[in-house]
Design a protein around this ligand. Structure first.
Ligand SMILES: [Zn+2]
Ligand SMILES: [Zn+2]
Length: 138
């Protein structure tokens, strides 16, 4: 029960519930994540089998690359999901979870593409692109 989390988009049309421990939050500063979110991505990962999504008819999926799509609420615009086509997990935006999330920052990726108006000074590991353990769009 303590390993159950839930969240939603801003308007509530899309809701989700997850089961099990959540991965640390990865901050992605790539240009796709910057443009879509307006800043940068902060996401955890959940196995497909451990998430139930309600209101999926309200999700618009945008294929920003050949192997992943980005899901957002078509009513309120909340960025919610990043889904690689050939993997059995889904990335879920940390900010869409209801508190307390229990989430902690893990690392920054694609810092070589980050916006030029902020600095990263939280002491977490930074990677120019990705790390082998984190498959991402490029
Ligand atoms: Zn919404
Ligand atoms: Zn990214």
């Amino acid at each position: 029960m303590s390993d159950s989390h839930q969240g939603s988009c801003l308007c509530g049309a899309v809701r989700f519930r997850t089961r099990g421990a959540l991965r640390g939050v990865v901050y992605c500063h790539c240009s796709q994540c910057r443009k879509q979110s307006g800043h940068f991505y902060a996401a955890t990962n959940v196995a497909d089998a451990d998430i139930v999504i309600e209101g999926s008819e309200s999700i618009t999926w945008y294929e920003a690359s050949s192997f992943a799509r980005r899901g957002f609420c078509k009513a309120c615009g909340s960025v919610l999901f990043w889904k690689p086509g050939d993997q059995d997990y889904i990335s879920v935006m940390a900010g869409s979870f209801d508190r307390p999330t229990g989430l902690k920052g893990d690392c920054h990726i694609f810092v070589g593409d980050k916006g030029d108006y902020y600095s990263i000074d939280d002491g977490l590991p930074q990677f120019e692109k990705s790390t082998p353990s984190i498959p991402v769009a490029e």
